[in-house]
Design a protein around this ligand. Sequence first.
Ligand code: ADP
Ligand code: MG
Length: 464
Amino acid sequence: CTVRPLRLLTPLRASTLSPFTTRASSTLQHLKSATANPSSSTGHHPHPHRDRHINRSEVDDEVPWLAKQPLHPLSLADLVKHGRPPLSAEALLASARFTLSLLPIRLAHRIQALRNLPYIVVSNPNIRKIYNNYQHSLSTLLPWQGRTISNLEDEIRFTEVLAELVQTHTDTIPILARGFLECRKYISAAEVTRFLDEHLRARIGTRLVAEQHIALHFSSTPHFDPGASPTPCPEHPSYIGVIDTALRPASTVDSCGGFVADICELNYGVRPRWVVDGEPDTTFAFVPMHLEYIVTELLKNAFRATVENGMNREPVVITIAPEPPNPVPPHRAVHLDPPSETRGVFGNTDAIAPLDDNAPGVTIRIRDRGGGINPDVLPHIWGYSFTTFIDQDEVPGAWGDDALGVISAASNGASSIAGLGYGLPLSRAYAEYFGGGIAVQSLYGWGTDVYLRLKGVGKIDEGK
Ligand code: ADP
Ligand code: MG
């Protein structure tokens, strides 16, 4: 297959920062060649309205109005409602129209939130860059508003805009991290956490909506245009867009484990071992890229602690426990840490609701012998930018300038075992997005157990 539905082509290297990097750039390239190819039955003819350049002040004018529109309460049902690929041309157009109905409002909400930061913070070059990215993305979508995407030529052009949008926002996290680090004198850590919790959760949803349509496009277009490449991937019949309806977490753990062990080897010269037990053959419906992100971050933490504690010979044990249907018997219930404080900011407007409450879920326990977490450190682990990686003696919560080095490395796509301080809070944001959660249990002096509970997508309507 030329493009595999959301299997990372370069396994996980990109996903340490964003699970979407690799795909977005190859998507863009493919679409560029598709629209440039006049022999294609869907060849591009310039559209007088949609090719119109929207300037900054036009975007500025639209933002307050769009930001007042309520966010559509997105459900996973929305993501799969167009059916199982390959979609019919009508269903693909409907998916494009649905995506277009959501994105400008979502981007405008983010622009408004960035504008509400203290002026000196928005003036920081890194924060400004993110702000400009949002402005730019909105400017590429505005020409599509108020129009119907009614043919496949439009759909290809629109998907190209989506692919560019996903690519534009790929490096957001290290850039924001650097920006807030540089502004730490002007904004409290609590304000940064509040902003980032909201911003990064919203970003998960926006990328999901865009990626879902891009993935549906790729798995559907060859259906009605045999000349188009790439062909659908017969080895991934379980995918509906970005959702794998038969995702096997044990396989994700093994591939992520190999990747994190490689980083450990580079950093420390040793490869920690891991074993998977419980019920490794469990499958459930979930977004593989999200699981890959979370598992990579949790394994980095577990491997790092194991190595730094000199316990390399003790494997990290990953237990896969399928969750029985509701009600969960008390002996199987996992008590999770309370969700992050700012969750309420979204209420149900941004979090994606599982398709049904009885959707099968899975709990993954990652147990290491890394010495646990110092009780002085424990209250800080969920804070963005909090890390003990640079200097073990540093005051908890302090932001050392050394962290800028880690961020530079991260911006260049280099993989680091730790140091950005975003692993736990962002993993929790991903887990909570679908109604799951993460709990950390530290046995100081011995090791740490991390419980990752994920709610599956539930029954999926086969659609047309
Ligand atoms: P980073 O890994 O970049 O430091 P994280 O958010 O992933 O950021 O973790 C924050 C901190 O939590 C780590 O620096 C470490 O001190 C602590 N921590 C997380 N997981 C573990 C673990 N399994 N064992 C020991 N300490 C941990
Ligand atoms: Mg980490």
